[in-house]
Design a protein around this ligand. Structure first.
Ligand SMILES: [Zn+2]
Length: 163
């Protein structure tokens, strides 16, 4: 889902859950986490292009191409902050470091993911992005066996974004 929609959804979610938080800073954390989780797209962009380009401007062009080609058979999404491994890490931080701090963080992130899944389901590609790092590597290998190169797809999108 797009940034603007996430901001609107985040404001609605923060307002709706505000009475349940003990501290106003937790409302702000919930909202911020529900938006900032998507900052991983920048890391994913640099990782996909192997550090060749760091320009946020080109990144937006790149993602425009990726979404235009969302039905390409070689597409296999990946967003590090949207994986169960990261959720597990934050869950542990919540248990062992600060419950009050990390509860709104993980709640905001989970809230965000609901909207992503609804939006991908609407696009009829609910499973285009693996929910785990391990699942990503497994599926990527399976796709390679069938002659579908995930790396080629993202390289094509990167090349197009530079045109
Ligand atoms: Zn997202």
């Amino acid at each position: 889902m797009r940034l603007k929609s996430h901001i609107i959804a985040g404001l609605v979610g923060a307002a709706a859950t505000a009475p349940f938080w003990q501290n106003p800073y937790q409302v702000a954390l919930f909202f911020t986490s529900s938006i900032l989780i998507d900052a991983d797209h920048y890391l994913d962009y640099i990782w996909r292009n192997r550090g060749k380009n760091w320009s946020p401007k080109r990144m937006f062009k790149y993602y425009d191409h990726v979404s235009e080609n969302k039905y390409d058979q070689r597409k296999l999404g990946f967003s590090i902050m949207h994986t169960v491994e990261i959720f597990l890490l934050i869950y542990l931080l919540m248990l062992y470091v600060s419950f009050d701090f990390f509860l709104p963080v993980i709640a905001g992130m989970a809230y965000h993911i609901i909207f992503d899944v609804v939006s991908m389901t609407y696009d009829k590609i609910p499973f285009v992005r693996p929910f785990s790092i391990a699942e990503y590597h497994f599926r990527k290998k399976q796709m390679h066996l069938k002659g579908k190169s995930v790396d080629d797809f993202y390289k094509d999108m990167f090349d197009k974004s530079g045109e």
